[in-house]
Ligand binder design. Structure first.
Ligand code: FDM
Ligand code: MG
Length: 212
């Protein structure tokens, strides 16, 4: 009835280097949650389907060149343009499993030498994740997995810088998962921490803005 507060969904973000297994773990996690009767959707940033996303995609595939600040703000704009839909989904009870978010935005741009505080500024006021799971793998191990594509940033030297930038962003609330374990073990750990998070949100943990 009208007075009963529906429980909200959780905003769960997976971060990590390229080839850390984020994308496959995100889809496995969505299937798992759905199997538990939890409404869940897979999201990813950049979201290449929007106009801004197409500009980002062209930049990543090296078909366009953009100033480092400009592309940083486009990545941020790509999150801002999805913010209100994100809030609606969460408030109507859908859990979002998000493949990369603001932390990728800051880690990748800071790795090019941009001031880290400048990088964080446009992210302020986006929705704060309820959980950040970091799939931890060394840049060397990730590179050994093969499968780096031809996109900008998919190079060992740059990934080493990104790994260092992620380290400066880590805070105690992050759940660090060893991404070098067998894929099923990584999956199990993510299921446990995600389910705990979903339950916490169902119990009324408030949705809050990202503040850093
Ligand atoms: N990336 C991703 C950024 O540089 N900033 C961002 O804000 C985001 C979300 O884009 F190299 C980088 C990270 C990666 C590239 O991401 C494309 P996917 O996950 O490989 O599509
Ligand atoms: Mg990639």
């Amino acid at each position: 009835e009208g007075t009963r507060k529906e429980s909200r969904g959780a905003l769960i973000v997976l971060e990590g280097l390229d080839r850390s297994g984020k994308s496959s773990q995100c889809s496995r996690l969505v299937s798992y949650l759905e199997g538990q009767g939890i409404s869940a959707e897979l999201w990813r940033f950049p979201d290449r389907t929007t106009n801004v996303g197409q500009m980002i995609s062209a930049y990543l595939s090296n078909t366009s060149q953009l100033d480092d600040h400009t592309i940083h703000l486009l990545f941020s704009a790509n999150r801002w343009e999805k913010r209100s839909l994100m809030e609606t989904k969460l408030k109507t009870g859908t859990t979002l499993i998000v493949d990369r978010y603001s932390y990728s935005g800051v880690a990748f741009s800071a790795s090019k030498g941009l001031d880290i505080e400048w990088c964080k500024a446009p992210e302020i006021g986006l929705l704060a994740p309820d959980l950040v799971a970091y799939l931890d793998i060394s840049p060397q191990k990730a590179a050994e997995r093969g499968g780096y594509g031809d996109e900008r940033y998919e190079k060992l030297d740059f990934q080493k810088k990104v790994a260092e930038s992620y380290k400066t962003l880590h805070d105690v609330s992050w759940k660090v998962v060893d991404a070098c374990q067998p894929i099923e073990d990584v999956e199990k750990q993510l299921q446990e921490i995600a389910l705990d998070c979903v339950i916490e949100c169902q119990k009324g943990k408030p949705l809050s803005p990202l503040l850093w």
